[in-house]
Ligand binder design. Structure first.
Ligand SMILES: O=C(O)CCC(=O)C(=O)O
Ligand SMILES: [Mn+2]
Length: 202
């Protein structure tokens, strides 16, 4: 098993796990997914648009609209979600499980000024599986706390090719992205940060 380079509030951080060539290849796979299932901007149940745009691959994808947030088998435009790219599944096999596949690969896109508030990933039915998260493109300031809101938090800048694993007690840790350094990476020619989270949902 590959060892994390850093542990932060129980979260394993694998810094610079993906070399630039691998990041490029992953990006090409993601472009293919996004052509079939375009990024959309979810709104919260209160109707506020999120700053992050997203889409998914896998048997289910995460959506949020006026009726609340949930996993569902279709993109908001009505098509099925594309398959999770093999390259992404390879990472899951190496860092999480060779037998159980993830049900969802959520794809987040952070443009200039986008962020994600502190939250727990708890829409999945089974918390015994870790969430695996891959960062591509611009640097993002990732913050992680404990399992209750308002606790002490720690932060790390995630850069392109970093992977984190949130499992065990940290599976339900509060986490979020305070800001990105728009234009800090040259992976995406027009800037921005992509984050993938692989999840067992059902
Ligand atoms: O962008 C990130 O690094 C985290 C994304 C996240 O927490 C989520 O999609 O639930
Ligand atoms: Mn999350």
């Amino acid at each position: 098993m590959i060892q994390p380079s850093l542990r932060m509030n129980g979260i394993d951080v694998f810094q610079a796990l993906l070399p630039p060539r691998e990041q490029e290849a992953l990006l090409a796979d993601l472009r293919f997914v996004i052509r079939q299932a375009p990024l959309f901007r979810p709104v919260t149940a209160r109707g506020t648009p999120m700053s992050v745009r997203m889409t998914s691959a896998g048997r289910v994808g995460w959506v949020s609209d006026r009726t609340g947030y949930r996993y569902q088998t279709m993109h908001p435009d009505g098509m099925a979600w594309p398959a999770i790219p093999d390259r992404v599944l390879d990472l899951w096999r190496a860092l999480v499980s060779e037998t159980r596949k993830p049900d969802c690969c959520l794809i987040n896109f952070y443009g200039e000024g986008a962020r994600m508030g502190l939250h727990q990933d708890r829409d999945e039915a089974d918390f015994s599986w870790p969430v695996l998260s891959v960062s591509l493109g611009d640097d993002g300031l990732f913050r992680v706390g404990g399992t209750s809101r308002g606790g002490k938090t720690a932060s790390v800048w995630l850069t392109s090719g970093d992977v984190i694993r949130m499992g065990g007690d940290a599976r339900l840790a509060f986490h979020g992205v305070d800001r990105i350094r728009f234009g800090s990476s040259r992976l995406l020619p027009r800037g921005g940060r992509i984050n993938l989270t692989l999840r067992v949902v059902v």
